[in-house]
Design a protein around this ligand. Structure first.
Ligand code: AMP
Ligand code: GLY
Length: 422
């Protein structure tokens, strides 16, 4: 079996790593990959452009294309591959709108009866202020906003400022705006493999989105994660999945745009029950770096089955009971900027420890590359994952790995999974 993985981040390294453990020993290809991925998969394309991926998949006779990031999904890569008869793991562009459009996601959630925060679409500042029932309140922009499209307003003045920036000054350009009730409680990332008809929940994870310890500082792509989550035992996982995954799969099937791939529900466990904050239509980063190392089932088989209508019938997931923790090492300036070209040492030492894996994200160079020694090439540089008999042991092992790695400007959070491990 020949599998092409599209993407270049830590998430895609974790996917390639899991596929490399498949008993089917698939031949692995990547586009474009990164130095860690290219140690396990042969690079066949330098970009994620739809035309290039389709052409190379045909030329290579690929059996399955696994699409990591959202951009190629929204651009219709899965549709284009389907048109030439190549199986793909990921949703069509129509189904990926669930992530691409916050208002579409709300429409589907309401139609499917999924619990979510109350919201109102607004077109003027006054309308927005009138729709807010209390503070804090949430103001959201529906469109590309570089992670700045969600404002938690603590007062009317802050809400007015956010509404005015989005609606009148149009700081993010044109796009819809809505106000939403503020939700409080622990957040959980629940990912499920979907085959257009059913959802098979993966292990629950918790992500740390803020840059600094104690959930301070700006939002990032994610600075660490752990799995499983103490609030969500296997029974609760099945209950939650029946509420947040299956109704969405059913609703999209009913509309003629069946969902294949990973459905990621970001939810808040509020005192009034679980409520969905958002859906993503792909694996989470860095959640994947803890969820997939715990999966002992054959990922290649599951992904191929998920690409076919109803293909997951009878499938069950086997999960290593040991917890996993991942800690992201970021470069100087992240998330506002990223520094590049700082030499990285200690990756081999960290990865040599038992049950420790170093996933590459923003790296360049290294031993399989003639562009020089391994160095930084982005904001999130590496993610160090470790499994342990307890969450506390996994956490200690991950931080032992982190301490072996050095590069100029390196920054990481020191409290990933700390509260849950206590
Ligand atoms: P998003 O860009 O939708 O992923 O939101 C970013 C973060 O904002 C989420 O991870 C939450 O921590 C927070 N957030 C979004 N919506 C709400 C809400 N309705 N209530 C409380 N926090 C929220
Ligand atoms: N870790 C959050 C995300 O992947 O969107």
């Amino acid at each position: 079996m020949k599998i092409l993985v599209v993407g270049s981040g830590g998430r895609e390294h974790a996917i390639v790593h899991a596929l490399s453990r498949s008993p089917q020993q698939p031949e692995l290809l990547c586009a474009p990959g990164n130095p860690g991925i290219r140690g396990l998969a042969r690079q066949v394309a330098g970009s994620m452009e739809v035309d290039e991926i389709v052409a190379v998949s045909q030329a290579e006779g690929v059996d399955l294309v696994v699409v990591g990031p959202e951009a190629p999904l929204v651009a219709g890569l899965v549709d284009a591959l389907g048109a030439v008869g190549i199986a793909a793991f990921g949703p069509s562009a129509a189904a990926a709108r669930l992530e691409g459009s916050k208002t579409f996601a709300k429409e589907i959630m309401i139609a499917a009866g999924v619990p979510t925060a109350g919201h109102a679409v607004v077109t003027t500042v006054d309308e927005g202020l009138a729709a807010i029932t209390g503070y804090p309140a949430v103001v959201k922009f529906d469109g590309l906003a570089a992670g700045k499209g969600v404002v938690i307003a603590q007062s009317e003045a802050e809400a007015r400022e956010a509404l005015s920036a989005m609606l009148e000054e149009q700081v993010f350009g044109p796009g819809g705006v809505f106000v939403e009730d503020f939700l409080d409680g622990p957040e959980v990332s629940l990912l499920a493999l979907c085959d257009g008809e059913r959802a098979l929940a993966l292990a629950p994870a918790r992500d740390f989105k803020r840059a600094l310890d104690g959930d301070e500082g700006p939002n990032t792509g994610g600075m660490g994660a752990f799995s499983p989550v103490p609030d969500v035992d296997p029974e609760r996982l099945a209950e939650l999945s029946a509420v947040v995954h299956q109704p969405i799969v059913d609703e999209l099937a009913r509309r003629g745009t069946p969902f294949h791939g990973v459905l990621y529900a970001g939810l808040m466990l509020t005192s009034a029950g679980p409520k969905v904050l958002e859906y993503n239509t792909r694996f989470g980063d860095p959640e994947t770096q803890v969820v997939l190392p715990r999966l002992t089932s054959d990922l290649a088989d599951l992904m191929l089955r998920a690409s076919k209508p109803g293909g997951l019938a009878g499938a069950a997931l086997e999960v290593d009971p040991r917890p996993a923790v991942t800690v992201v090492l970021a470069s100087r300036g992240y998330p506002a900027s990223a520094s590049k070209g700082d030499e990285i040492t200690g990756v081999e030492t960290a990865g040599a420890a038992a049950d420790t894996i170093v996933f590459h994200a923003g790296t360049q160079g290294g031993e399989d590359d003639d562009s020089g020694p391994l160095a930084t090439a982005g904001g999130r540089v590496l993610a160090v994952t470790a499994l342990g008999n307890t969450l506390s042991a996994a956490r200690d092992a991950a931080y032992t790995g982190v301490s072996a790695i050095a590069f100029d400007g390196q920054q990481h959070r020191s409290d990933i999974a700390a509260a849950a491990a206590e």
